[in-house]
Design a protein around this ligand. Structure first.
Ligand SMILES: Nc1nc2c(ncn2[C@@H]2O[C@H](COP(=O)(O)OP(=O)(O)OP(=O)(O)O)[C@@H](O)[C@H]2O)c(=O)[nH]1
Ligand SMILES: [Mg+2]
Length: 473
């Protein structure tokens, strides 16, 4: 038997998780739980055999690094990873987005299409979405994206995206769309500004785009605004003026408090002569850097909880939402079929009665069938066959009606599809009308779900032990 695509994807996912998080097996085990849930869903008709709940969660949190030209985005990433993975320089260096992910092996750069060929999920999805948003199709992915692998410990459990310098005025539409897309996928967005830039007020459009547009989002909490290269300002008579000008510009763009950091790269920094100034700069830098790194560490922890949370929610949803909803749909279908059947039965009876009565053939017909039992049998057979035909036709008609209703009721495509598929599975010709309990839903499946929920609790406990360490070990 050849292995299905979904099986291949799940195996690659498992391998990658095993390689990356040997000391944290919870996520690897979560894949097994997703597999169990898949089986239940196949049974109930919620999922197609080529689908898996595991492909609907993002397994690696994405940290996107955005910002203006030469703000030091790539330098920051290199220093975070302690590897010279990204080129840096004072001219605009990057013209592509680099998706950087963990490997045990050597550093490697692959073209954007590799994202498509690589079944490790997040890229798989990203590339699919990028193909959707860039009208020119998949070939063009190479022009915007590259994949880099890097054996840095700090990269375990996350993906970092380095982006080309941002300038709202000159940015190509496709890059803007890609930026937007990456922002929406990312779990944490670091927005870099360059303290060397003398006039932040002049960057109106860029600030609009990077600050104003992000501040009111529901997920605005995931944005950190970073003023980089502030070592340069140490040379000014009044270093605070530069920061103040930036703060004003950002406030004008809508950022009033918090999440505004000031850092510089220790290695790249110009030496600061005045020991007092140096001490002050270093202290601020270290404190802010620690905050930023903590948030980067946090996304790894958050994703563990998020994934286990999704598992739990999906399992609960089957029992608490899907089953009752399916039951309602089957009830509605039953009622509709009965209504159609009864209506048509009466129409036929009345029409026949009138026809027979008017033509006066009713009496002779009754006479005929009471004498000749063969004719009686034929008429009865015809009646049964006719009603049967009509009944099955009505079942189909009612099914179509309910299918249309499903279409109207579920605006979310994934949800709509699963109800349509399951409803279809639940209305085969042989299924008695009065059984409105969804097929495949029984004591056994119910127990499976409650076992799964117990397992997710164990996962959460284990994550708590690992990350919060309440026992003080
Ligand atoms: N003084 C100083 N220079 C820095 C700092 N960070 C980066 N640089 C220098 O600034 C220049 C630009 O850095 P990059 O990391 O290439 O900037 P980038 O944001 O990736 O630039 P693009 O990818 O071209 O948009 C390089 O020459 C770096 O050496 C810093 O904190 N202080
Ligand atoms: Mg760069």
């Amino acid at each position: 038997m050849t292995e299905s695509n979904i099986e291949k994807r799940l195996k690659t996912l498992e391998n990658h998780l095993a390689e990356e998080s040997r000391d944290n097996p919870t996520l690897f085990q979560a894949v097994q739980s997703f597999r169990e849930l898949d089986k239940i869903a196949y049974h109930l008709g919620i999922l197609d055999n080529e689908e898996s709940y595991a492909t609907r969660v993002s397994w690696w949190p994405m940290i996107a690094v955005l910002g203006t030209f030469s703000a030091g985005k790539s330098t920051f990433i290199n220093s975070y990873l302690e590897q010279p993975i990204q080129r840096t320089g004072n001219q605009a260096v990057d013209d592509k987005f680099s998706v950087i992910c963990y490997t045990q092996d050597a550093m490697k750069t692959l073209p954007g299409v590799a994202l498509d060929a690589d079944p490790r999920f997040p890229f798989f999805q990203i590339s699919q979405n990028i193909a959707e948003i860039s009208a020119t199709g998949k070939q063009r992915i190479d022009a915007y994206l590259q994949l880099k692998t890097c054996p840095s410990e700090s990269l375990r459990g996350k993906i970092i995206i380095d982006s080309p310098g941002f300038d709202a005025d000159s940015q190509r539409a496709s890059t803007l769309r890609l930026t937007e897309h990456i922002i929406s996928l990312a779990d944490l967005v670091l927005v870099f500004f360059d303290a060397r830039h003398p006039e932040p007020g002049a960057m109106h459009d860029t600030l609009d785009y990077l600050v104003t547009a992000t501040i009111d989002r529901a997920d605005s909490n995931k944005f950190l605004y970073i003023l980089n290269q502030i070592d340069i300002t140490a040379r000014e008579d009044n270093p605070e003026d530069v920061v103040a000008a930036w703060q004003r510009a950002l406030a004008q763009a809508g950022l009033t408090a918090g999440r505004f950091y000031r850092i510089y790269d220790k290695k790249m920094a110009a030496p600061i002569d005045d020991p007092q100034v140096r001490e002050r700069f270093e202290r601020k830098r270290d404190a802010d850097m620690a905050d930023i790194e903590k948030r980067m560490q946090q996304v790894d922890i958050e994703r563990c909880y998020r994934i286990v949370g999704t598992l739990e929610e999906t399992a609960k949803n089957i029992e608490n939402t899907f089953i009752p909803r399916m039951n309602e749909l089957l009830q509605a279908w039953k009622k509709r079929v009965i209504r159609y059947d009864v209506t048509l039965f009466f129409i036929v009876a009345i029409v026949l009665g009138i026809a027979l009565g008017m033509t006066g053939t009713l009496d002779s017909l009754i006479g005929l069938v009471t004498q000749n039992h063969i004719i009686l049998a034929i008429i009865l057979l015809l009646f049964i066959a006719g009603s049967g035909y009509i009944h099955f036709f009505m079942r189909k008609l009612a099914k179509q009606k309910i299918m249309d209703e499903i279409k109207g009721q579920f605006s979310h495509e994934v949800e709509r599809k699963q109800y349509q598929r399951a409803f279809n599975k639940n209305t085969p010709w042989w299924k008695p009308l009065f059984i409105t309990k969804p097929l495949g839903w029984n004591q056994h499946t119910r127990r499976q779900i409650s076992n799964l929920l117990a397992t997710t609790n164990e996962y959460i406990q284990r994550l708590n032990d690992r990350f919060t360490n309440p026992s003080g070990k």
